[in-house]
Ligand binder design. Sequence first.
Ligand code: WQD
Length: 339
Amino acid sequence: MKKILVTGGTGFIGSHTTVELQQKGYEVFIVDDLSNSSESVVDNIAKITGIKPHFGKVDVSDKKQLFDFLAQNPGIESVIHFAASKAVGESVQLPLKYYRNNLNGVINVLEAMKEFKIKNLVFSSSCTVYGQPEHLPVTENSPIQPALSPYGNTKQINEEIIRDFVKVNPDVHCIALRYFNPIGAHPSSLIGELPLGVPANLIPFITQTAAGIRECLSVFGDDYDTPDGTAIRDYIDIIDLANAHIAAINRMEQGRQKAGLEFFNIGTGNGLSVLQLIKTFEEATGVKLNYKIVGRREGDIEKVWADTTYANQELGWKAVVPLKETLLNAWNWQKKIKN
Ligand code: WQD
């Protein structure tokens, strides 16, 4: 059985990717510092797949912790690196935390790959590297814009660190997946998004408002140059996103990569406005949402959605989960955790 390391594996994307990896026959080793998740996620993954992933409480920005774990768990061939701080707003307030955590994390993972002869890396990047693209849909060759937040800047810098590393380490291969907006939850309602405190992202705020935990959803601006004035994003189901990681690992395992570092946009290819999402949520769940229009949020871009042609062709991967199913899964998960 192929052994794979998943850093940040008890997080939202990491846990769903672990489930898909196990169901495709991988032996998964999770490391997570549990700063933004709980170890109970490991048990819930086991409830879904019947297999408990190996787990180590490890801060990947601490080289010794990561190296000790890998020395005790030999034979790992690939790594998917999710572990990072990822709250855009917090990164503006605490830039050094983000640079230290997110940059040291990648550097330690790359050094560990060299030390422990781990051949393949999937890196969790973000569409945020494109900023507000001039042309839409955005392709992998769209220009990288100056980051609007320290969080986004760490993603850009990490891509450059990996690029420079694989140039002189030809035996290491990496695929960077530039995610659009991950949403939803596992259909079992055993794992999902667990935002700590007041959610920054739209879907958890919608489901918490629908559950009566939040009084009212604020829609940040309706004066954008879009059909209904609200901002447009490319919302991708978390299971579809998880499976993109497996497609990336397979590409590297089968030696189909064309270069040491490749990039892929992982989205649906469809842009959806905030009001369209609210309407679809209400249709999917039958729950009327209490919302009001307020001013724009600082740092938000107006509209972005992916051209996924390259990922569809080269990864043999496509987003398939219907939006209403995604939103219903998110709602069922919210009702589960509320109880
Ligand atoms: C989506 C839309 C908001 C909350 C961020 C990061 C990105 C990735 C995903 C990590 C925007 C609007 C939101 C609310 C609202 N994270 N909104 N009311 O900002 O597109 O992307 O999260 O990788 O890197 O940048 O996602 O969910 O915060 O916002 O109106 O209460 O919903 O203005 O238009 P975003 P989001």
